[in-house]
Ligand binder design. Structure first.
Ligand code: NAD
Length: 296
């Protein structure tokens, strides 16, 4: 069986790697966090010890890392995936933008490079139901990558051009983030007028206002005031800015994207760098004159 490498065992990477293991694949793993590596080794993975060894020993390498800069360094850097030898197939599951996907494909002509960002959160990663949006060469996708991606989620090949998956992901994230922002505004207004938040969400979920925020984020993380959905506001801001940069370069105005960016900046200012993106709700509550710390 193919030796698979997995770099980046965070909130998303760890469950995705675990699903490859469960399917019986031999898995080499690495992360800058020793605890993250230990958790996967306990499930049967082998520790590569370094990013370079991972790239040298594996036929297929997956990356699930926070930002484009970290992915670039982890792949192309002096001690990166391609520093000693290189895998035949490289698949970046991070949200790292179309420009980086094009850069990696151009820098690595001997590697089949795929961008394959995911959507569906930690729950989707654990249950292998995440949507995976893929860009890269069709034949190798069908022969090698698709069967592996089907073990961790629901892949769709968006096109051969590097970045096709990333572009799709940025579009999806705009819709997801706008849903949170507009839900935060509507909920703040209703609460200010004396409506019960739990009843509001129940009604929205059987009315035309239903969206991914009313369906998942409010019931799990905002109504209980836990703000722990599992996606960092900092990463959501990174995604929004990737989108705004790409759209500006393409001459496409995205005014709602600018509003979401502003909400995320204010969320990070208020809640600190570890804030979850569902804490956007608190910004709208405060603007409405409610006290987010008194459970509104
Ligand atoms: P995370 O911060 O939980 O995990 C990132 C992991 O990468 C951490 O374990 C960290 O130690 C490791 N890491 C950082 N730099 C490294 C390096 N140089 N070498 C090896 N390991 C390194 O982030 P996450 O939430 O799992 O997100 C990962 C990617 O998936 C991001 O691009 C994010 O935008 C995207 N994403 C996240 C979600 C979500 O709900 N959390 C959903 C869809 C997409």
């Amino acid at each position: 069986m193919t030796t698979i490498g997995f770099l980046g065992l965070g909130r998303m990477g760890a469950p995705m790697a675990a699903n490859l293991l469960k399917a019986g694949h031999k898995l080499l793993v690495h992360d800058v966090s020793a605890d993250a590596v230990a958790a996967l080794v306990a499930q049967g993975a082998e520790a590569a010890g370094s990013t370079a060894v991972l790239g040298e020993r594996c036929d297929v390498v997956f990356t699930s890392l926070p930002t484009p800069a970290i992915v670039r360094e982890a792949v192309l850097g002096a001690d990166g995936v391609c520093s000693r030898g290189h895998p035949r197939v490289l698949c970046d599951l991070s949200t790292s933008g179309p420009q980086l996907a094009a850069e990696l494909a151009a820098a690595l002509p001997d590697v089949a490079c795929f961008d394959a960002p995911v959507s569906g959160g930690i729950k989707g990663a654990v249950e292998a139901t995440i949507s995976i949006m893929v860009g890269g060469p069709q034949v190798i996708y069908t022969e090698t990558l698709e069967p592996l991606l089907k073990l961790i989620g629901k892949p769709t090949h968006m096109g051969e051009a590097p970045g096709a998956g990333q572009t799709m992901k940025l579009v999806n994230n705009l819709l997801g983030a706008v849903a949170i922002a507009v839900t935060a505004e509507g909920m703040a207004f209703g609460i200010k007028q004396g409506l019960d938040p739990a009843k509001m969400i129940a009604v929205l979920n059987q009315s035309t206002g239903i969206n991914s925020a009313t369906r998942d984020k409010w019931p799990r993380s905002v109504l209980p005031r836990s703000f722990d959905f599992g996606f960092a506001a900092a990463l959501s801001l990174k995604d929004t800015r990737l989108l705004l940069d790409e759209a500006a370069a393409a001459g496409v105005p995205l005014p709602l994207g600018g509003i979401v960016e502003d909400y995320l900046v204010r969320t990070l200012e208020r809640e600190g760098p570890q804030a979850d993106f569902t804490a956007i709700a608190k910004i709208a509550e405060e603007a409405a004159g409610l006290d987010p710390e008194r459970a509104v």
